[in-house]
Write a protein that binds this ligand. Structure first.
Ligand SMILES: N[C@@H](CCC(=O)N[C@@H](CS)C(=O)NCC(=O)O)C(=O)O
Length: 91
């Protein structure tokens, strides 16, 4: 299992698009911080201010220089994860 410190996923626990991303994380053998933007007001605020809207899933990618990319859309997030972690894939 690879732990990616530069990634964090904003999600809602009952969102099917978020479940899709979490399932693909498991398939790819990668984990990173998961932040509940439904239950946690601070995470919700950070998502709105950083990404521009409260829509989940959203993947926060923090570069070495501290710059942030807020990636929305489950299919785009999964494409990014596959491109980066496909070599880890277990199934
Ligand atoms: N096309 C988007 C759809 C995401 C979506 O509709 N997410 C819902 C939750 S399931 C959402 O964030 N709605 C905004 C809200 O509930 O405030 C994707 O595939 O990621």
């Amino acid at each position: 299992m690879t732990h990616a410190k530069d990634l964090a996923l904003y999600h809602f626990s009952h969102c099917p698009f978020c479940a899709y991303v979490r399932r693909e994380m498991a398939n790819l053998g990668v984990d990173f911080e998961i932040r509940d933007a439904g239950a946690d007001a601070e995470h919700r605020k950070a998502l709105k201010e950083g990404g521009g809207k409260v829509q989940v899933p959203c993947l926060l990618i923090t570069a070495e220089d501290g710059s942030e990319t807020w990636l929305y859309e489950s299919m785009d997030i999964v494409a990014y994860l596959k491109k980066r972690f496909a070599k880890n894939q277990v199934a």
